[in-house]
Every structure is written in structure tokens, then in C-alpha cells.
Design a protein around this ligand. Sequence first.
Ligand code: NAP
Length: 504
Amino acid sequence: MSVFGKGVARICAVVATPSAHEFRKLVRQAARETPTVELRLDWLANDRERHKALDWLKRAAPRGANYIATCRRRAGGGELPGGVSEELFWLMKAREAGCTWCDLEMETLRELPGKSVAGYALPPKVMLSIHDFRRTPKLPARMKVRERDGVDAVKVAAMSQRLSDSLRLLRAAGGTRRVVAVPMGEIGLPARILSLREGSALVYAPVAAATAPGQVPLGDLKELYRAHALTGKTRVYGVIGNPIEHSMSPLLHNAGYVAAKKDAVYLPFLVENLGEFVELVAELGIAGFSVTIPHKQKILRYLDECEPLAEKIGAVNTVTVMRGGKLAGSNTDYVGVLKALENKMQLKGSRVVIFGAGGAARAAAFALAKAGVEVLVCARREEAARELARAVHGGVIPRRALRREQFDALLNATPVGMHPHAERSPLEAAELNCALVLDLIYRPLQTKLLRMASGRGIPAASGVEMFVAQGIAQWELWMGCRAPGAAMRAAVLKKLRLEEKSPG
Ligand code: NAP
């Protein structure tokens, strides 16, 4: 058992706010979720707010929680303007207010007489913390905690510049249950979610929204990723891309695992170097992964086998790890396009324009052609349009013809109009002469293109149905059973609608 307890107690909610008033609200909120709460006293705006916050903590804080007081100096990457004596003053005040733990930086310990906390009325348990905000330093294979310094746990928080850094940090922390590993940054995020399973004593999560890349808000860490419940038996999946921060795939897949009670987790991997990721698939125990921009084409060269259709499309969005670690590629964007259109129009015998000739356009073109659609490709690079049209036995349509001709449907397969450039549209209103417009973009739900189509009385469909359908197809491929599609779709729509209400 970790020195902080077991189960949810190993998730530490972080309260970091400038106002004592907000502090009270956040502490109450945190204590409802987990009995381990870090209080970032250095974040409070000034000494007055710190006094107010600690007075309240002493009188009225929820009982039964383990409060960890942290008052990090600016020199150590915190917000406290003073020196070591100010830091110690506030930590001693925190003890009076009922904090059972404190976080003390290595730099502070080094400045104490005899490099020991003996003689200071600090909270009874001390976590010694070591930070490296730039990189992951050299680490012993297994870190040990020396109790003779009056230290009860050690925390190492280090920036991950590559995935292997974060794994190295987890390995060093594993085993003792007194070492806390915090792989920092967006690259370190998957390792952070897996850190409890790998033996870290604690994982941190902000109560409110994340304040830095690589942080997962408390609600998501507990409910969506279930970080405290992951074990060696949990199947690990994920999505690779760059950027990946705004991917909805973790929400889609994890919502499915929660609804279907599957012991599986799906993580977002920010992957710059595809080769490095592929090499670590076995070490991470990954059973399958989704692939997004910019790796959908490049991943083909790392595969041991590939579904013929995905090979023809030239893009893979799904990789399954087979027995012996072999990688098998497939494409579910194909299924997604058909699902998005099947209830909205009669596909067989229709004429559909695809605007764009990239990966998604290719998946759509192959899917539609196979469903008996006459595919017309319109792209700014004529050669790309011709090549795709040839591959699906379709035609090329020049942009100027869009104003004159009538089509059964038009698909936008370019990223023009996607968040954060929602004010843009790939086409003008006069170019929409069709019975249906499908925008493959799903963020925002209502793109400018779709609003223009509705303005002309044309039924308009968001790419969200395609996104959900391609994800469900992956989920079913990996889990080998029917996906809880309604729950997965509802989770994604809820988030997108919330975003729409409060953009930015
Ligand atoms: P991609 O491979 O990069 O292809 C993008 C295509 O758009 C290329 O043909 C590109 O032309 C064209 N394009 C880019 N900017 C343009 C502009 N200003 N004017 C005209 N054409 C332009 O990207 P992708 O993977 O196909 O993705 C395209 C869109 O589909 C993205 O918004 C993506 O989010 C969406 N998508 C949605 C789903 C879903 O499930 N709903 C799935 C996959 C993709 P050049 O080659 O000349 O640059």
C-alpha cells in the first residue's frame, strides 16, 4: 500500500487559486472526490489570503482528509515571493491548521542546518520534492527513500521530452510505494495516467481546469481514465497524433469502456517521432491505437500487415497489435463516412462532390464509390484530384463548375473552418448547389459552411456522426463485442455542445 493510502486516496487533488474564498470552495469540492488534497499555499495572492485560507482550514475544513501543504518559492518554480524562512513559516502554520503532510523542495532541505527538518514544527510527514522543468535527469533504476533525513516520501517531477523519458521516470519510482513520479508536459501525459499502476505513490490532478499541458483535471482522471483502478491486467489503447491535446477520441473510447464496464483505458499520445512510439508499443503494453494527423500515411511503413482497402486508400487510422507484437492496419474512416450518410440520402446512383483530396477525402471517395456513388473530386491541386478520381473510377470537377451544376451531396474534406478558425469556410454560398452538405469537420459542430448551407435551405450534417462511427468501429474491432454506441455518442456531443456554449 502507498504511504498515502489505497484506491482513490492515491489521487491527489490540487487546490491552486489566488483567492481564499475560492480556496474554500475548491477544498470542499476536492474532499468530496478524494481524501488526499494538496494545498498550494504559494498560489494564494498574498499573506492576507494565506492567513484567511489557513484560519478557515483550521476551523471548518472537511475532516478525514490528508492535507498536503505546499508553499513553493519562485526559485523552485512556485509562486511564493519570499525565501526559505517564509516557506518554513507557512508550512509550520499549515501544521497548526491541521495539515498532515508537507511538500519540501530538495533546495530548501539543503539550506537547513544539518540538511534535516529536525527541530522544525512542520506537518508530521514530509515529502521531499525534486523538480526539473526542462528535462528528465539521469535517475537510478530504482529510487530509495532515506528515512534518516526525516523524509517520508520523495517526489520527482520532470519534464518528458520524449515518451521514453516518462517511462524511465515511472520505472525509477516503481516498487517502494513511497516515491511519487510526475512525468510533466503533454508528452508525459499517458505515463502520468498510468503512473499509479506502475507503482507511483500518488498522482496529482487539479480540481479546477488544467493549468498546464500534461495535467488531467481531477474529474477526468478519476471518472474517465479511472487512474486508481488500472492494473497490470487493464488493456491499454490510445491515439497518436500531433497535435493531440484536443482529440475527442479518449473521451469517445473511455466513455465506452465505462458504460460497458471494460477493464481498458485509452490514452492520448503526443507523437512527434513515429519510429520511437512504435518501438515502445510493446513496453507500454499497448493493444491497439488510433492514428490521426500527421501519421495516417506514414504509419503504413511500420505495419506488418494492412487491410487491402486501407492500403488502397493509402491511409490507416486503426492499428491493432497482434500476437507476437505484429502491427495490423485498417481504416474505419471508411465506415464512418457511410454511416454519416446512409440515413440521409440514397447513395447508389447518386452524384457526390468531395472537396479536398487528402486522407479523409480518399477514405470517403473509396467508401462512396464502393456504395455505387459517382464520385467527383474537386481540389486545389488538380493533380491530386485527378489521381484520386482515377483510383475510384470517378471524375474531376473544376471549382468554377460548382456554381453551375447540381449534385446530390457535397462533402468538405479540407480542414478549412475547423477550430480555431471557425470563421472560415472552404466554399462560398453560391457554390453550394446540392441536396445535402456534409462537413467532415466536427469541431465546431456548426461550421460556417453548414450555416451557409442551412441558410440556403440545404440539409447540413456535421462530421461528428462520422467521427463517432469510425470510433465505434475501432472499439468493436478491439473489444470484439457491440459497443455502447449511445453512451459514446452522448459523451462526445455533450462536450462539443459545452464547447460551443463557451468557446475558447
Ligand atoms: P489532409 O490529409 O491534410 O488533407 C487536407 C486536404 O484539404 C488536402 O487536399 C488539402 O489540399 C486540402 N486543403 C487544405 N487547405 C485548403 C484550402 N485552404 N483550400 C482548399 N483545400 C485545402 O487532412 P485529412 O486527414 O484529409 O483531414 C481533412 C479534414 O477532415 C480535417 O478537418 C479533419 O479533421 C477531418 N476529418 C474528420 C474525420 C471525422 O471522423 N469526422 C475523420 C478524418 C478527418 P493540399 O493537398 O493542396 O494541401
